[in-house]
Design a protein around this ligand. Structure first.
Ligand code: FE2
Length: 204
């Protein structure tokens, strides 16, 4: 197992520790909801790491990569499939209204601050629809250290403030390996997409 990690063994020490902690949770098994709740505790410690914050100072904006949303990709686990990403939003940018399909996501705020709005569906259509009725059911402002817990199919939107905002993200699988929905609340139209473009980036 250590050999499999060697390709990624140059990450920051706190990140290496985090990866080992998450791997041990998966090794122990159990309900996904419980595993991800525990990952939250480890991620909280990682978000406070000074080395990671300093490293993030040099990360390039990624919300728009050649016109598409992008994520920096730091790590993909060879055994359990979880990944470490970052989404760096330039000031005043916002995401589409979207879900993360069947994947689980922890979205930790490392720098900046933004507003996250959640939506619920008021129709009884399938999870991957052509049309859907959605309505906003709440919004909250997030600051560094906050972790947004995003279970499968939860619909949301992030709207940045007038500063750069960095989300350090743990996903149950790499974007591009599952379908996501993007919602238009005006027309009810829903389109499917592969999620953000993955931009490999060294977290060393
Ligand atoms: Fe999202």
């Amino acid at each position: 197992m250590a050999m499999q990690m060697s390709a990624n063994s140059k990450m920051l020490p706190a990140v290496e520790t985090f990866v080992e902690q998450v791997r041990s949770l998966f090794r122990d098994g159990g309900e996904e909801s419980e595993i991800w709740t525990k990952v939250c505790d480890y991620l909280r410690d990682l978000l406070a790491d000074g080395d990671l914050k300093r490293h993030a100072g040099a990360w390039p904006s990624s919300l728009a990569v050649e016109g598409k949303p992008g994520n920096l990709l730091f790590y993909e686990d060879p055994d359990y499939g979880f990944v470490l990403n970052a989404l760096i939003k330039a000031p005043n940018l916002k995401t589409s209204i979207h879900d993360h399909g069947k994947s689980w996501t922890l979205y930790g705020v490392l720098e900046g601050g933004e507003r996250v709005t959640r939506f619920s569906r008021s129709d009884a259509g399938p999870q991957v629809p052509n049309e859907a009725r959605i309505e906003a059911v709440g919004a909250h402002d997030v600051v560094p250290g906050y972790i947004d817990f995003v279970p499968p199919w939860e619909i949301h939107q992030e709207v940045n403030t007038d500063q750069r905002t960095i989300g350090f993200i743990v996903r149950s699988q790499r974007s591009g390996t599952f379908v996501q929905n993007r919602f238009d609340p005006e027309t009810g139209a829903v389109e499917q997409y592969d999620g953000p473009v993955q931009v490999p980036y060294q977290l060393a």
